[in-house]
Design a protein around this ligand. Sequence first.
Ligand code: XCC
Ligand code: SF4
Length: 610
Amino acid sequence: MKEKAKSDGVETVWDRFEEQQPQCGFGQLGLCCRNCNMGPCRIDPFGEGPSKGVCGATAGTIVSRNLIRMTAAGAAAHSDHGRETALVFKEIVEGEVPGYEIKDEAKLNSIASRLGVNTDREIEEVAKDVAEIALEDFGKQDDEVISFANAYAPESLQQVWQELDVAPRNIDREVVEIMHRTHMGVDADPLNLNLQGIRAALGDGWGGSLIGTEFSDVMFGTPEPVESSANLGVLEENKVNVITHGHVPILSEKIVEAAEDEEMIELAKSKGADGIVVAGMCCTGNEIIMRHGIPTAGNFLQQELAITTGAVDAMVVDYQCIMPSLTDVADCYHTKVITTSEKAKLPGAEHIEFDPAKADKIAKQIIKTAIENYPARKEEKIGIPEEKMDGVVGFSVESIVDALGGSLDPLLEAIKEGQIKGIAGIVGCNNPKVEHDEGHVEVAKKLIANDILVVGTGCWSIAAMKDGLFKPEAAELAGDGLQAVCEQLEIPPCLHMGSCVDNTRILVAVSAIAEALGVEPSQLPVAGAAPEWMSEKAVSIGTYFVASGIFTVLGTTPPVLGSNEVVKLLTEDIEEVTGGKFAVESTPNEIADLMLDHIASKRKELLGER
Ligand code: XCC
Ligand code: SF4
């Protein structure tokens, strides 16, 4: 597809990445500060030029401020998505959004019980209280930990957070406080700054993102194993192709429904098409593949290439990870790029603003726009690659427990017996700094070969699926122990747990395992990796995992190397307090080795030599 892009005269992310070389060294090290207009200031990493900014800020201060501003943006993105979900949920109860319903009452009741809400009532009453508690977590002004973190995080973790004074008090407030502290002349202490970064990240993982996942399950159903397929080959030449790209299922769910509407299918046929294909992309794709088996066209680095097929009649986007270049690419073809959120508009795109109160009507309008664009295709530019891969997705914590026969015990047994040596979470983006998907796939393969059960989310899962790792037969690539477990349970060795907000499913799973064994999460033979991460959301995710006791390996270097103090804090010192820490390795082999070493040493401590 890169070749096709070139011959069609389309510029892609890889071309622009080349043009950016060499990238700014100060930026890479985190040593540039633009936080006030006495600057911009930069610190000389070689110790020959300035060692302080105009205000006197040191490398440690500047690197820390920059890093936690990334965390703030990431936590804000996830949590704003969580808020939108909670608001629509509240409107269901108030009868303002007829297109949505409480689909999974069992899930709602389980959330309610965790929160201490009385479930012995009409479901609407329960829902009302749960919605209120969630929204309060975004706005309460006391200093107590937010209710969701309190309800979901293991007691031992919460104690650590209390001792460090990093328990999140209010999802929004922690983000605002980062912006305050990093303003010129406020917090200059690297440790203190990073602690606030941790607090905001915890407010994301155990707050905003968690609310996003839980309420999406209630409204759209908790995922269960379902077969589907992924890669650009899911697009069909003779059908109207609609790609839904972005993150919030509130819209993509409705797009899926509208495309199944008889009236829409008839309209498509009247334009000469055989039907309508909806395919996902990035995390909103993960949401609909997990719940409905809607195929996924690709992950982050494939968004431009999808349009390059010449067969995408509309690319519908909500927010996050949408490249502004999409409209430029679309200009070379007939594709309509349709923005839907007031928060995310693109010059050159058509804007059809989504409103949950008129969800069905707007979703149909979007599908209709795609259908009407079908006859505008440029025949000579159509070229859909054949590649697509099948697999099984839909592994929520609930469905994993089901697959295990109703409790976690068989999994715990397999870990104790050594059939499964440990569990690894692989998450995150694509990044043109890494060969597309190579980090994701190679790390996963090496881990399963060593009897590590792999779970993951985000663009990792799309990479894994395209490579066949979600096929039950992929168990053949696993070590003997893991292979036997997979065959017995009829599951693949790599499990798709959802979108990026769904990393909270991994937090919940790890917590449940730790609690079942009576240990802290940091004592488990568990490790995480983000081999190709790029987004600020990934910084927040990595931080909340580390603050929850998980060893996390990054495959691209975050902009922190300008301060030894900050590097030491994140890769060494933090382990003494949270039990988790960061590491950075560039090759998949080394990433996997670090994870394997960590898991082996945790096994030894927890279970003795096995
Ligand atoms: Fe975006 Fe979630 Fe990253 Fe993929 S993995 S590039 S954030 S879509 Ni979250
Ligand atoms: Fe320079 Fe300090 Fe202003 Fe940053 S805050 S731009 S280091 S003077």
